[in-house]
Design a binder for this molecule. Structure first.
Ligand code: C5P
Length: 301
């Protein structure tokens, strides 16, 4: 048996949805999805140490992240110990590199990282299937944060199947100063799309283009059904979107439920010069490669 270690750090990536097909609400209020996830290179690092009680902290203060039992990382820790029927607790420290309330699943990344980190800290040997099942109880995007790479998501997003992706791309990530509430965007989607299907179609053309490594085709096939709702709730995004489309007519996308916007490049130098130009115009942006790995241990100490 591996000796339990005193401290484990796990790094988990942000996600974007290359395709986000949304159906009409289910009886439980959640929306059926046909989505293609991609993990991109913006990360949260979660460090766990054994403690008498549960607690969570950030390495730098950030508005909008709860620091009590409501934090999804603490909920993840509690769910893992409940699954194993053990009486353990931990101090969880999060170094956030993923935009908060940006539609890039930062909270889900923290939950996935916490599950993996605590499993390793306490040598619980949770099976992959059980980790994925616990992850699904915490949020629709949490299983994908464990899996990473590029994957098809169905159900409410929690049923994740990796798919082949031969592309290697650079995303210009344009951050907004204010977040956008995911439930509010879905509610407005319902108002705008009363006839949304019960089962949104699987985006076969995009899946083929990814397998073939046709980046240009991927750019032309990006879809986000939540875009009209997000535009309505945040008209300021429309001007930013127009600016991005002038730089890259194909390959502009809203990330998840927003408000982060994305621009696809297959060349890092092009991506860098787009960032320089957008920063000169006063926009806050960064670059992230995709696809990248899911949650993984980065230190044992
Ligand atoms: O699953 P998760 O906790 O991330 O979802 C947050 C909120 O986003 C839900 O409470 C719901 O309002 C909305 N949502 C949805 N359908 C999905 C995923 C999320 O309606 N498939």
């Amino acid at each position: 048996m591996v000796e339990p270690t005193a401290r484990v750090t796990v790094r988990a990536p942000a996600k974007i949805n290359l395709h986000l097909g949304v159906g009409g609400p289910r009886p439980d209020g959640m929306h059926p999805l046909a989505t293609v996830y991609q993990a991109v290179g913006l990360y949260d690092d979660v460090t766990v140490t054994d403690a008498a009680d549960w607690s969570v902290g950030l390495t730098a203060p950030i508005d909008g992240v709860p620091l009590d039992d409501d934090n999804i990382a603490v909920r993840a820790g509690r769910a893992l110990v409940a699954h194993h029927g053990v009486d353990l607790a931990a101090r969880i420290t999060i170094a956030k590199g993923i935009p908060v309330m940006g539609g890039m699943a930062g909270g889900s990344a923290d939950a996935a990282a916490t599950l993996l980190a605590l499993d390793r800290l306490w040598d619980l040997q949770t099976s992959d299937d059980d980790l994925l099942a616990i992850a699904a109880t915490l949020g629709s995007d949490v299983p994908f944060a464990l899996v990473g790479g590029t994957a098809l998501g169905t159900g409410r997003g929690e049923v994740v199947s990796p798919i082949p992706d031969s592309t290697s791309v650079w995303w210009v990530v344009v951050l907004a100063d204010e977040g956008l509430s995911t439930p509010a965007v879905y509610r407005h989607f319902d108002e705008l799309s009363p006839d949304a299907p019960a089962e949104p179609p699987i985006p076969r053309a995009l899946i083929d283009a990814l397998a073939d490594g046709y980046t240009e085709e991927v750019g032309a096939l990006l879809v986000n059904d939540l875009w009209p709702a997000a535009r309505d709730l945040r008209p300021d995004l429309v001007d930013v979107e127009e600016q991005l489309r002038l730089l890259t007519p194909d390959g502009v996308l809203l990330s998840g439920s927003g408000p982060t916007l994305l621009m696809l490049h297959d060349d890092v130098e092009e991506a860098r010069s787009a960032v320089t130009e957008l920063r000169e115009r006063g926009l806050r942006c960064t670059i992230a490669p995709g696809p990248v790995a899911g949650a993984h241990v980065v230190t044992y100490a």
